[in-house]
Design a protein around this ligand. Sequence first.
Ligand code: HEC
Length: 196
Amino acid sequence: MKTLLRTLASLLLLAGLAALATVVWARHTGGFSARTTPSFLETALARYARSLAIPASAKSLPNPIVDSPQVQHEAMAHYADHCASCHANDGSGDTMYGNGLYPKPPDLRLAATQNLSDGELFFIIQNGVRLTGMPAFGAPNDEGSESWKLVRFLRHLPKITPTEVEEMNGMNPKSPDELQEEKQEQEFLNGSPAAR
Ligand code: HEC
């Protein structure tokens, strides 16, 4: 009985010390603020853990969608609508939401992302990444053709042109205020009396 109590007391003490260490560490490294950027070590460990969590069978899945200009265009519109708010039209991740997340969305054009297999990219889009801002876009049991098309578009991102980015600006979600503003601008350009 005495040993049990002693063990319990030591465990409680250890848990207390661990909690204290976490608080001291968190305060030292910027609290629980999402404004900071994870350290190199934290990013490397998180990516390694994520890689281990993706089944090998999923990683080696080939993309069943054949690439074509139409597939690229559909996926571009889908990306501009659902992904660009965090990842930016050019894939840089330099957006208001992206910059406020911890971890931040990586630059999708760089080797770290482009070296992931098609199956891995697909798995990440379908299932999201727990404890990060990356949402799961797949519905249970859906075969994921939209996500496979997005994988095709992600492969195009390193070569995206300013003209394509400009086209995507027109495909990004708009707030009612922005829509109203655009309408007024258009009316003004058309010389409508309502806008004068
Ligand atoms: C709400 C913000 C948000 C949205 C919307 C979002 N993502 Fe992400 N995404 C993230 C974050 C944050 C990460 C980093 C996850 C990590 O560190 O493991 C990420 C990671 C990824 C990765 C992994 C890249 C890598 O190298 O680790 C891919 C691929 C990706 N997103 C694709 C997409 C696609 C495609 C869409 C749209 C269908 C999308 N994301 C929408 C926030 C977002």
